[in-house]
Ligand binder design. Sequence first.
Ligand code: UD1
Length: 417
Amino acid sequence: MTTYLAVEGGYPLKGSVGIHGAKNSVLPILAAALLAPGECVIHNCPSLSDVEASLAILRHLGCTARREGEAVVVDASAPIRYDVPDELMREMRSSVIFLGAVLGRMGRARMCAPGGCELGPRPIDLHLAAIRALGGTIAETEEGLLCQGRLHGADIVLSLPSVGATENAMLAAVCADGVTTITNAAREPEIVDLQNFLLALGARVRGAGSSVITIEGNVPLHGGSYTVMGDRIVACTYLAAAAAAGGHVEVTGVDWRHLSTVTAVLTEAGCTVRSEPGRIALTCPKPLNGVRPIRTAPYPGFPTDAQAPVMAALCRGSGCTVFVENMFDSRYRHVDELIRMGADIRVEGRVAVVYGVRRLHGARVRAADLRGGAALVVAALGAEGQSQVEGLHHIDRGYQCLEEDLTALGARIFRRQ
Ligand code: UD1
């Protein structure tokens, strides 16, 4: 039986919503918990299918991992395995984040390379180059990649600031003898969150948030307690929902500075945004207007993960907006679905041009990826009539309680079978 979200559009949103912990922080943090011979208590850990997949990998490796309310407790004191079976790897695309931690802790790691995914091919060449720079050898066997070796500090220069490769390099370098520098590191806030977690375990890491990260490796680690930062993309999604449906919404529990490129766009489109520490309030009194070209870029540029929800909001209104998706191929899979709701969007390669229309109408649509799926919900909230959004397993990877949160804001949204 297909589960779907039934959305009755056209009701303005009103109220305040707390934002759960960041998926993209907690996944590398759970991998980092492998490095500590002691109990790690990870607070504000969202309940998401990707988190469950990470916990399954940790348990397979020999850790204990249990949920205690909003927290997850991981203990990696016991000896661990070094292989991650294919079915666990396939469960979650970002499982490659375990590579550096398993190799660092165990001296070897065996796992399959993550295949192509909904955003097009996801190469891991930069992850592997970082492992090689640290002295790891990589062999392709029938059972997947076998990485091994005693790691030593090195100067790693990334040819582009990949988030995952930066995180993998950090986790492997924590276990390496000597000092590692990562140049052209990704500067995303989630990298800072990972550094802060590692510091709580006793590691010596500095520079996260800048392009050069320095790690003094092989320092004895211990368990610790840490609170994951709020999810900036979930916050963007709810702000985009308020921009699409109209109304007044406040999101709390996120750092407004992490969203400033997105709130700048929403302001330019005609919303009033008030940002202060820990909260962002958005009022959208009238239809949106088009804005200057939106180009996705590594942080602090406009986030690729916010492209689809913001596009969904800009479909209704006046004027036109050009999007340039610079981060991933195949990241316009929401466009055909938005067109089914009456949007006027032309795509050519990396460029999408959105011509604002006076109204969208409800339709039966299907999510093809996580943020694209969230975008369909955003559009449905601003459309006239009822929509059915299918493909919820994509959305459930990154939103803990989408329909509950939106219902609390006055939306008419129901999960049905
Ligand atoms: C992370 C986020 C994802 C976000 C993306 C970009 C997590 C779990 N996911 O994904 O939500 O959309 O950052 O902000 O944190 N690349 C290579 N070779 C590599 C690695 C990456 O060519 O070895 C390319 C990718 O194909 C892509 C670009 O680099 O074009 C950026 O990817 P990357 O920053 O690695 O994204 P992820 O870490 O996969």
